[in-house]
Design a binder for this molecule. Structure first.
Ligand SMILES: NC(=O)c1ccc[n+]([C@@H]2O[C@H](COP(=O)([O-])OP(=O)(O)OC[C@H]3O[C@@H](n4cnc5c(N)ncnc54)[C@H](O)[C@@H]3O)[C@@H](O)[C@H]2O)c1
Length: 405
């Protein structure tokens, strides 16, 4: 590792919405051992703004950033179809790599990323997912500790307005709606709580008539020991799971109660307009949320930029053990057992993205692989692709790439 052993220099490829959230979260967490050192993006105004704000080096070409000797870790926050190219470039340049979810758009691409990291002798971390959130890590710790008895089932249900957020239709098509975009969160959460190994996947997807793209999925997984799991996601802007959870939003903020119906109405209106006009409005809406855009830092899942009086919340997650059942409360966890309900506080963290940076930092300074390494990310992606395959074929799919760490 080049540079000061106590500080790591971060380069970001892709100053879009995810890139903006990474930067916002770092800014809101002073004292981190990270220096925001460089960014690459073809959007000139984003590069200029980055240079003005952080004084870091800027590149129009990701390959140039990856050749820079002044970067230790590269955060790949480009669209999913570019993750293989950019993660590989970073590894070839000797940089440790954090790749946004979904890790890649095929298992072959994910394997190529893992192999590139091995060849480059660098650490690879499959970020960012809600499995880094403090309440999820606390549930996993309780289950692993065994004091609540063996794990018996996990049920995760998330209903929201995912499909109708402003973005180009092509992006929604590429990820099969929420399957490859939100599925990695769901699957990672379950694998982290349930020990990592998924045996098999049976799933059906839900069509979204408004967009004509997949709007959700209903999925039955079996973990090791045949522990059953349901994953339900419905991003069609009808019911919002936050209603069951004191209107706490994904980022731990106070959720706008009208956001689902409003998004649906807006999208229905857009779909009635000429395609070119519709696409222009969607492109404008997406651009506004990118780094340098008008609404950057005010997105639902940005941890730092909003008031977040509560813990982050990725839908209803109910974990059944032999002697107790666990779910999130606004500030921590509820545990239900023979004595009724008790609440366990979970300390407010600085958010999932800071947890992932910390995991990478520790991996680099200790020389040990991060928990969410390439093999872990590949296993999560395998389950997400199995959801699609099972929905297509109507069959149960057996997993082969699973790992327990
Ligand atoms: N939008 C979110 O809320 C969010 C949250 C978490 C994760 N993610 C993930 O982050 C990734 C990016 O999503 P996004 O929503 O930020 O997309 P985005 O389109 O807003 O951002 C992508 C950025 O990459 C830049 N880019 C394109 N080609 C490039 C190239 N060749 N070199 C360098 N930069 C290039 C674009 O100009 C853009 O600024 C996806 O994998 C997504 O799943 C997004």
């Amino acid at each position: 590792m080049a540079g000061d052993a106590r500080r790591l220099r971060l380069g970001i490829i892709g100053l879009g919405q995810a890139g903006a959230m990474v930067l916002d979260d770092i800014k809101a967490a002073p004292g981190l051992p990270w220096t925001i050192a460089a960014a690459a993006d073809p959007r000139a105004h984003a590069r200029q703004r980055f240079h003005e704000e952080f004084g870091g080096a800027v590149f129009a070409d990701a390959a140039e950033l990856c050749r820079s000797p002044d970067i230790d870790v590269v955060y790949v926050a480009t669209p999913a179809e570019m993750h293989r190219e950019h993660a590989t470039l970073a590894a070839q340049g000797g940089k440790h790599v954090i790749v946004e979810k979904p890790m890649a758009l095929s298992l072959a691409d994910a394997v190529a990323i893992v192999e590139a990291a091995e060849r480059g002798g660098v650490r690879l971390l499959a970020g960012h997912t809600h499995s880094f959130d403090a309440p999820i890590r606390k549930i996993a710790e309780l289950v692993a500790g065994g004091e609540l008895g063996p794990l018996r089932a996990i049920n995760c249900w998330n209903f929201n307005e995912f499909n109708h957020r402003p973005r180009q239709m092509a992006e929604l098509v590429t990820t099969h709606g929420p399957v490859l975009n939100q599925g990695p969160h769901h699957v990672d959460i379950v694998r982290q709580i349930g020990g990592g190994t998924v045996r098999s996947v049976r799933a059906t997807t839900i069509p979204d008539a408004v967009t004509g793209v997949t709007g959700g999925y209903v999925c039955y997984l079996e973990l090791a020991e045949r522990v059953p799991v349901t994953l339900v996601y419905d991003g069609r802007s009808l019911f919002d799971t936050a209603e069951l959870f004191d209107w706490v939003g994904e980022g731990g903020d106070d959720r706008d109660r009208q956001s689902a119906p409003r998004r649906r109405r807006e999208f229905l209106d857009l779909m009635g307009r000429p395609p070119a006009e519709r696409d222009a409005v969607l492109a404008q809406g997406k651009e506004a949320g990118r780094y340098g855009g008008a609404t950057a830092g005010r997105l639902e899942n940005s941890w730092a930029a909003k008031q977040h009086p509560h813990q982050p919340f990725f839908g209803l997650i109910v974990v059944s053990c032999e002697d107790a059942t666990i779910r999130q409360s606004a500030g921590g966890l509820y545990v239900y057992d023979k004595d009724g309900r008790r609440e366990i506080a979970v300390a407010q963290s600085q958010g999932g993205r800071i947890a992932e940076l910390t995991e990478m930092y520790n991996a680099i300074v200790t020389g040990r692989a991060p928990f969410h390494d390439g093999a872990w990310g590949l296993a999560t992606l395998e389950v997400c692709f199995a959801i699609l395959e099972s929905a297509r074929t109507g069959t149960e799919i057996t997993m082969v790439h699973q790992t327990t760490h």
